[in-house]
Design a protein around this ligand. Structure first.
Ligand SMILES: Nc1nc2c(ncn2[C@@H]2O[C@H](COP(=O)(O)OP(=O)(O)OP(=O)(O)O)[C@@H](O)[C@H]2O)c(=O)[nH]1
Ligand SMILES: [Mg+2]
Length: 286
């Protein structure tokens, strides 16, 4: 799905999610573990206000485990517990359920204090495009498809997935726009696929990605494209990759565009191994 986030779209998304928020107890915020800061939505906090939140760094199977650990500690010092997840993995269901129940505990206790009968905690998944929201819903719902319940009256047409006895998950995730203002963040979002290919300058994005790999993961680069890859300069790297992969246009000129697509594809598929693009210490692509 191609979403261009014009101001009108942002206002609508905000309105829709603001409306949904009224019946939500716990928010599951998804970010990309490879870019935990850049993949934050700029107004999410405003939208969820004081509601309990579970911060998920998703696609952690693609991220550098050491850097992810550093992020975890960084978030912890800010008072936020985050969970590293691979939303495709079966085990994520149990792990996330545990986190949601723990985040929702104060709500359950409040109900109890007031003598209210506990109902299920209602949750929603929020995140920028392509971060794995639908995949996570499927994983959470696995084996419970039959239990998907409509709740007319409360939210017309809204479907809920029942997860165990105490949890319900809204089956449509909230899609939020990514950061556009910060060019550095935008480049990283483009590299991971959160911003559609049509709206970014592949030359800049791939050059930045190659420089980043050369600086932090040079052996991955050599393993993927060849021992002799010249890692000092992005243009030279691209040329080397194009030649090695036979990216040629009719007449024999080098097809740089094709080489760029190969690099992007390789990164998105995790073919460089586990790579993070930003760390809490601030390193990212040059
Ligand atoms: N390696 C890996 N890939 C994932 C993970 N979660 C999702 N993906 C992949 O990422 C891509 C996007 O996943 P979706 O679940 O469609 O993402 P989404 O957030 O629903 O995307 P939109 O609906 O476009 O906003 C798919 O190719 C998934 O297979 C994960 O934890 N690890
Ligand atoms: Mg989706």
């Amino acid at each position: 799905m191609i979403i261009q986030w014009y101001p009108g779209h942002m206002a609508k998304a905000k309105r829709v999610i603001g409306e949904q928020m009224k019946i939500i107890d716990v928010v599951i915020e998804l970010r990309d573990a490879r870019i935990p800061a850049a993949s934050e939505n700029p107004v999410l906090r405003e939208l969820i206000q004081q509601k309990p939140r579970v911060l998920v760094l998703n696609k952690s199977d693609l991220a550098d485990p050491f850097v992810s650990e550093a992020w975890k500690q960084q978030f912890a010092t800010e008072g936020t517990e985050c969970v590293l997840l691979d939303s495709k993995a079966k085990s994520s269901r149990q792990e996330l359920t545990r986190r949601i129940m723990s985040a929702g505990r104060p709500i359950l206790e409040r109900w109890e204090r007031r003598g209210l009968r506990a109902r299920s905690l209602r949750t929603i998944i929020l995140g920028i495009p392509n971060v794995g929201k639908s995949t996570l819903i499927n994983t959470m719902a696995r084996g419970y498809v039959a239990a998907i319940a409509d709740r007319p009256g409360k939210t017309r047409g809204q479907q809920w997935v029942k997860i165990g006895k105490q949890l319900e998950l809204m089956d449509t995730p909230g899609v939020l726009w990514p950061k556009f203002d910060d060019p550095q963040a935008a480049r990283m979002l483009a590299a991971t696929g959160a911003i559609v290919d049509e709206v970014f300058d592949a030359e800049e994005v791939v050059a930045g990605l190659l420089r980043h790999l050369a600086e932090h993961y040079p052996s991955a680069l050599r393993q993927r494209y060849g021992e002799e890859i010249p890692t000092e300069e992005a243009a030279a790297m691209l040329l080397y990759i194009a030649q090695r992969r036979g990216c040629l246009l009719p007449g024999g000129t080098v097809d740089k565009e094709k080489a760029r697509r190969i690099v992007l594809q390789d990164f998105r598929q995790g073919r460089f191994g586990r790579v993070s693009l930003e760390s809490p210490e601030g390193w990212n692509e040059a």
